[in-house]
Design a protein around this ligand. Structure first.
Ligand code: ATP
Ligand code: MG
Length: 393
């Protein structure tokens, strides 16, 4: 580590680590950070005394982009950009004035906070605050001290291998590091809800395996690309993501030709669940995730969801279940998927939609209607023709 270098400091404080010890948690978090930063430049990720340090290894490394990636990495409570300085009070004063010159020259008030983790440093914290504070008052004639409500807070930390100066911490993405919560099959449409469901489950440390049903020529290549774009948009949060595309045309045509129109959507959704379950198990997933929300559409009433869930023996997680559309939209804007989700391409769910879908179906009714189909052969055929799409991140 060089002194006089800008870097990112990550601190997790007291994390809720039930069931996972701190070392495992931090080791996975460091691995995820290395992976998330790998594609944007050369960075060193190191852990020391419950702080994780992200150092640029080259002069041209983009620290703005790295900070953005850090802010989207789950398992981080708070982080800050910092400057590393030699552990000498004069050097610290000069570095504070230089590092904060843009904000301090525009501010009216400030305060200095000091933490001395390295007790061998000869100056106690109050002395560090007083010395740095005086130096800044001398340097910036516009400034006054306000310890209660300052415009700018300058933090000085004396640690084992250097002094660090930084502003107040920024909130991290929270949650658990990806990979600590197992793996789930994500039913991903091109809509607004399922990318939000993906984000919410990834936040709990779950690795995602995307599953998308496509019905060409009723759905276009562009609709499939939209799903790839959505997944790429959330990979800074989800880390690694896979996407499997299941050809769904034959299944939908068979339902259209042989089943009652009012049951079409529900039978189709039961087929989605069957295919997703088989595929998810093959990919070592332990549960399925959907973007369903109670009452949003006819197929999302409680009886309808009970009927679709009846064909799978995997747990089905629906993180949006109790949310209003407005709340879902707010998250989708925050994670940057909204603008892609509203691109107008057909989803297979909107192909052959019944005029009067049933909202209170009975399981027996659906099982009866499905007898007109060779369910197993249709599922097998769809899975045989399933293909993997490459996701960039
Ligand atoms: P979304 O924004 O998730 O598309 P929606 O309101 O359009 O929400 P539906 O189309 O009824 O919801 O679908 C409900 C859920 O079923 C979706 O959230 C998604 O998990 C799954 N789903 C729908 N269509 C597909 C598809 N083509 N491929 C994979 N999963 C799908
Ligand atoms: Mg949809």
């Amino acid at each position: 580590m060089n002194t006089n270098q800008e870097l990112i400091l990550i601190k997790n404080g007291e994390l809720a680590l039930k069931g996972l010890n701190r070392n495992t948690f931090e080791a996975i978090l460091c691995k995820n950070l290395r992976r998330n930063l790998k594609h944007i430049g050369e960075f060193d990720v190191q852990k020391s005394q419950s702080t994780i340090y992200v150092f640029p290894k080259t002069d041209d490394a983009d620290l703005d982009l790295a900070a953005d990636r850090v802010s989207k990495t789950f398992g981080i409570a708070a982080y800050s950009r910092a400057k590393m300085v030699e552990k000498e009070l004069g050097a610290i004063c000069r570095a504070c004035a230089d590092y904060f010159k843009d904000t301090l020259s525009l501010a009216s008030t400030f305060k200095v906070e000091a933490k001395r983790a390295d007790k061998s440093f000869p100056h106690p914290s109050p002395e560090i605050c007083a010395t740095v504070g005086e130096y800044l008052l001398d340097t910036f004639s516009n400034l006054q001290v306000d310890v209660h409500n300052p415009d700018v807070t300058v933090v000085v930390e004396i640690r084992d291998f250097g002094a660090f100066i930084h502003a107040l911490q920024l909130p991290g993405a929270g949650g658990m590091p990806i990979g600590t919560g197992g793996k789930c099959g994500l039913l991903l449409s091109g809509g607004i809800d399922s990318p939000v469901a993906a984000y919410m489950m990834a936040k709990r440390g779950i690795t995602l395996c995307g599953i998308h049903f496509a019905s060409p020529p009723y759905t276009s290549e562009r609709a499939e690309q939209k799903v790839v774009d959505l997944l790429e948009k959330i990979t800074p949060y989800t880390g690694y993501a896979e996407l499997y595309v299941v050809p769904f045309t034959h299944i939908q045509e068979e339902i259209r030709d042989h089943c009652p129109e009012d049951l079409f959507t529900l039978i189709m959704r039961r087929f989605m669940m069957r295919c997703a379950t088989a595929l998810a198990k093959e990919k070592n997933c332990e549960a399925l995730i959907t973007g369903e929300s109670v009452g949003q559409v006819a197929s999302q009433t409680i009886p309808a969801m009970a009927c679709t869930e009846a064909v799978t023996d995997l747990p089905v997680f629906r993180p949006c279940i109790g949310m209003d559309k407005e709340e879902i939209v707010t998250i989708s804007r925050k994670i940057g998927t909204f603008d892609i989700s509203i691109e107008p391409y057909e989803d297979c769910c909107t192909v052959f939609t019944p005029r009067h879908p049933r909202t209170r179906p009975k399981l027996a009714m659906l099982e009866q209607a499905e007898q007109a189909l060779d369910v197993e052969a249709l599922v097998d055929e769809a899975l045989k023709n399933t293909y993997r799409r490459k996701i960039l991140y």
